[in-house]
Structures are given as structure tokens and as C-alpha cells.
Design a protein around this ligand. Structure first.
Ligand code: NAP
Length: 495
């Protein structure tokens, strides 16, 4: 019988191990923690509760493996990544089902596309291995001066739960391609699919090159960040934890990459009051990932003249999204990841409903005793307000709550869009290419899309302005700048 979420409830709880030095092991302490299916609030697995002792072991193995892995010719490392990509494709349905079961992200709209992107990421970086090249510097005829791109050593990587497989891949593939080894800590709420990825990788990698830990942020994440033998910190998660990562890096002057939170603006011009822009906006808001996306376009700045009509179209289309069991094919929108996040999202909606100056256009809280009452389901909710200054318009909710604000002067819209300590993504919607490009250039964000609300693709340098992050991933320059260090070698030819 297929592992649907419903029948998993009655199945035995799966017990998984973590990957250290090529072996599948439990925590040294023997402790475990459970993983829940958020659609039914049922326990689906238990995983080791790693701590500092497990981190020490993993880093030792990664350091030992580094000595030989860095000497593997880059093209051979690249070939290994290509083989991993093939195996991801071969096990794509298993990976997608695991993502849907543990994250609550719908299998059709989210989990399968995430697996596809993950394979693409390995394939992309595998093909870039020969680009790990240096330069020659023309000093004079009697001197040969050149640069080498050398790996950093053991990379400590920490990832969140919202797109765990893909976010693991954008660290593993470039770091390993560049000759580093890695110790990664998975997110507490979504370790299973990343353990599966580690299993696929391990089939092709020497022991210790990739080590995959399960554990909490405080018990496993902290010792990993502060481990003296780690040479680079690569973190994706909230801005609050990102600041702790940066402090840990500062202690030892380590290179650090941070992919952090966002509160991304979407500016719609008067000429874009059309279905394609509404569809694009639904994508940009990531409603089908319950808006649990760092790039969610959660602040909608609509030209005053189309404010009501655009919201009317948006409301009608959003109402057609089917919320339900993430594992079912017909489901568009799955669940919020866990109780803490669910309570937080509901709190924002309640707060919005109490505001005199804001109007709820659609959505609100789902009934607790309704058909979706068992899981952490939240429906797309839209508020209209005249201000960009209230809590719902300023804080990252990381849930399906959209705030719409009208504008008449584009300079004012850009000012509001930039009035945030975040600067990850932004969206502009217009037929007028001059308006679109001018606005894109004025917005303070690492990634501005005009007339589309797509997700990241391998090859495009992705990262945040302001408190949304530091460094870029996903791209060739992300690999070169993030996972190598440049050495200059200068040789006198005079003797
Ligand atoms: P989070 O609370 O910052 O957690 C991210 C990771 O850090 C998890 O593995 C977590 O472990 C770990 N962690 C927590 N506290 C730690 C500590 N004191 N020391 C070391 N590690 C620690 O973020 P989240 O709630 O999982 O994810 C949502 C956030 O990630 C949002 O802000 C979102 O915007 C951001 N995000 C950004 C990007 C991007 O590319 N810019 C992509 C995705 C998500 P536990 O699992 O035990 O909590």
C-alpha cells in the first residue's frame, strides 16, 4: 500500500540515522527526537538528537576527508555531482513524497518541482568544475605570477525547513565541487528528505566528504558554528539566527555566507490590472507554499486606480486554490510547518482583523472543528491598508498573509518598497518596459523580477541586500567567492 499521509498514521514510526564519516549512526548520547506530519499532526519518524560530541566526530571525519578530496581533479569531482543528479532523478518520487509528508508542502505544486531543481543544481555545479581556474598577472617578462582557487576546508552548513532539499543542494554541490568537505545540520522539522539526499550522495562520495547531522539549533547548530576546525560558515535561515552565525564567524575571522529573511515588495502599475499579473502575483507570493518562502512578495503596492479591481481578481483566483492533504494530487496548498509557526501566523491574522485602519479582503482563520482542523492549515489571507507602517506590513510573517497598500506616485511606491530592513527580492508589474526597468533599478533588493514571480534557478546569483543576507549562492560566482580562497603565486624567472 502506498505511503499516503492518512495510512502513515497507522504505520510504524520510521527510525533514521545520521551520516558521519560514511557510516549511518545514532547520536552518541542515544537521544532521538520525532518528526511530525503537519497535515495530521502524527509522528512519522524519529531521528538522532545530535549534540557537540557528534559534531566533533563529524568535523574530524570531514577534516580527514578534506586532505584527499581537495586533490581529486575538479572534473572528477564534477562527474560525481553529475552522477548524484542522475540518482536524484531516479529517486525523485520518493524524495518528493518525503518532502510533502514532513514539510506539508503540496507534492504537485511544490515537492516535485523542488526535487527537479535539486537535480538541476547538482548537474549545474558538476558542469562548472573546470571553471575553478585562476588567472595570470602580467608583472614583467622575468616573473610568472598567477592565482589559484583553493578550497577552504570543512564547511559548516545549517539549513531551514521550507525548501530543505533544494537549500541543502545549493550548499553541498558548490562546496564539494570546489574541493571542500562539509558538515551540514538539517532543520529539526524536515530532516528526512535531506537524509535521503545524503544517502544518494554517499553512494558516490568517499567517506567523510559529506556528513549530515540531525539535531536542534542550540544543541547541534551552536557547537558546529563554534567548532575550531571549521573553516567556513554557510547559513540559510532567519535574520535573528543569521546574526548569531555572523558573531561566531567574527570570533575566528571566518568567511560566512548568509541567506536570510525577507519582506519583499511587489509594485503593480496601473496598466497591469490583468489576469497574467494576478497569476504572476500569486506565484510571487508563493501562496502554494503557504508563503513559507524567503522571497514571498508579501507587500503588494497597487496603483490607486486599480486597487479594488486588482484585489477583486486576486481574491477570486486565490479562492480557487485547493487547500488540503499535501500528498494528494489535487492539492494546491499544503500546511504550515509546525504548531509554533501556525500559532504565529494565526496571531498575525488576528492582529490584522483587530486593526481599525485595515480591512480583511479574503481569508481569515479556518474553523478548528472543520475538515482541515486537524492539521496546521492556514488559508491565503489578504489585508488592505493605507499604510506600510504597521506590524503586518513590516515583519516577516512567513505565512500566507498579504498586505496591499495603494500608491499614486511611483517615487512614493519605491520609497515604501525600500522602507524595510530586508532586501531579498522584489517584483514589478507593468507593460511599460521603461517603468519596469527604472523601478527595478531603484529597488533595494538582491533580486528584482519584472512581470514574473518565478523561483530561483541554477546559474543566477541569488542573495540579499541589507539584513536579508551576505554573499551569493546558486551561481558560478557564488561557488568561486563563497567556497574558494584565492592564492597568488609569484615566480621569478630571472635565475
Ligand atoms: P531559523 O529559525 O533561523 O532556523 C534555521 C536553521 O538554524 C535551523 O536548522 C535551526 O535549527 C538552526 N538554528 C536555530 N537556532 C540556532 C542557533 N542558535 N545556532 C545555530 N543554529 C540554529 O529559520 P527557520 O524558521 O528554520 O526558517 C525560516 C527563515 O529562513 C525565514 O526567515 C526565511 O526567510 C529564511 N530563509 C531564507 C532563505 C534565503 O535564501 N534567503 C531561504 C529559506 C529560508 P532548528 O531546526 O533546530 O530550529
Amino acid at each position: 500500500m502506498a505511503n499516503t499521509a492518512a495510512n502513515l498514521k497507522s504505520e510504524a514510526v520510521e527510525s533514521r540515522r545520521m551520516l558521519i564519516g560514511g557510516e549511518w549512526v545514532g547520536a552518541k548520547s542515544g537521544k532521538v527526537f520525532t518528526v511530525e506530519n503537519p497535515a495530521f499532526r502524527t509522528v512519522i519518524a524519529e531521528v538522532p538528537r545530535g549534540d557537540a560530541n557528534d559534531v566533533n566526530l563529524a568535523v574530524d571525519h570531514a577534516l580527514k576527508a578534506f586532505e584527499s578530496w581537495k586533490r581529486v581533479p575538479p572534473r572528477d569531482r564534477g562527474r560525481i555531482l553529475q552522477k548524484i543528479a542522475e540518482d536524484i532523478d531516479a529517486r525523485s518520487e520518493e524524495l518528493a513524497r518525503t518532502i510533502a509528508l514532513e514539510t506539508g508542502n503540496a507534492i504537485r505544486t511544490q515537492a516535485r518541482p523542488e526535487v527537479k531543481t535539486t537535480a538541476d543544481v547538482f548537474r549545474y555545479f558538476g558542469g562548472l568544475a573546470s571553471e575553478l581556474k585562476g588567472e595570470t598577472v602580467p608583472l614583467n617578462d622575468n616573473v610568472l605570477s598567477y592565482t589559484r582557487r583553493e578550497p577552504l576546508g570543512v564547511v559548516a552548513a545549517i539549513i531551514p525547513w521550507n525548501a530543505p532539499l533544494m537549500l541543502a543542494a545549493v550548499k553541498i554541490a558548490p562546496a564539494l565541487c570546489a574541493g571542500n568537505t562539509m558538515v551540514m545540520k538539517t532543520a529539526e522539522d524536515a530532516p528526512l528528505n535531506v537524509l535521503l539526499l545524503a544517502e544518494i550522495c554517499q553512494k558516490h562520495l568517499p567517506p567523510g566528504v559529506l556528513n549530515m547531522l540531525t539535531g536542534t539549533g542550540s544543541e547541534a547548530g551552536q557547537p558546529l558554528l563554534h567548532h575550531p576546525k571549521v573553516s567556513k560558515l554557510s547559513f540559510t535561515g532567519s535574520t535573528a539566527v543569521g546574526k548569531l552565525v555572523m558573531q561566531a564567524a567574527a570570533e575566528r575571522v571566518l568567511p560566512v555566507s548568509l541567506e536570510l529573511g525577507g519582506k519583499s515588495p511587489s509594485i503593480v502599475f496601473a496598466d497591469a490590472d490583468e489576469d497574467w499579473a494576478v497569476d504572476g502575483m500569486i506565484n510571487a507570493m508563493r501562496f502554494t507554499r503557504q508563503s513559507q518562502s524567503c522571497t514571498a512578495g508579501s507587500r503588494l503596492f497597487l496603483h490607486q486606480s486599480i486597487f479594488d479591481s486588482f484585489l477583486d481578481k486576486l481574491t477570486k483566483k486565490v479562492a480557487k486554490l485547493k487547500i488540503g492533504d499535501p500528498i494528494k494530487e489535487e492539492t494546491d496548498v499544503g500546511t504550515i510547518i509546525n504548531e509554533k509557526q501556525f500559532t504565529k501566523v494565526c496571531g498575525y491574522i488576528e492582529d490584522g482583523m483587530k486593526q481599525k485602519d485595515a480591512k480583511m479582503i479574503t481569508g481569515g482563520l479556518l474553523p478548528k472543528d472543520g475538515p482541515l482542523g486537524k492539521g496546521y492549515f492556514a488559508q491565503p489571507t489578504i489585508f488592505a491598508a493605507n499604510s506600510n507602517d504597521w506590524r503586518l506590513a513590516r515583519e516577516e510573517i512567513f505565512g500566507p498573509v498579504l498586505v496591499a497598500v495603494p500608491w499614486t506616485d511611483i517615487n512614493e511606491a519605491i520609497r515604501m518598497a525600500n522602507d524595510s530592513h530586508y532586501g531579498l527580492a522584489a517584483y514589478v508589474w507593468t507593460h511599460n518596459i521603461r517603468d519596469g526597468i527604472r523601478t527595478a533599478h531603484e529597488i533595494e533588493a538582491g533580486w528584482v523580477q519584472v512581470n514574473q514571480g518565478a523561483g530561483q534557478s541554477p546559474g543566477h546569483s541569488y542573495g540579499g541586500y541589507k539584513q536579508s543576507g551576505l554573499g551569493r549562492e546558486f551561481s558560478l560566482e557564488g561557488m568561486l567567492d563563497g567556497f574558494t580562497q584565492r592564492k597568488s603565486v609569484t615566480v621569478s624567472l630571472a635565475q
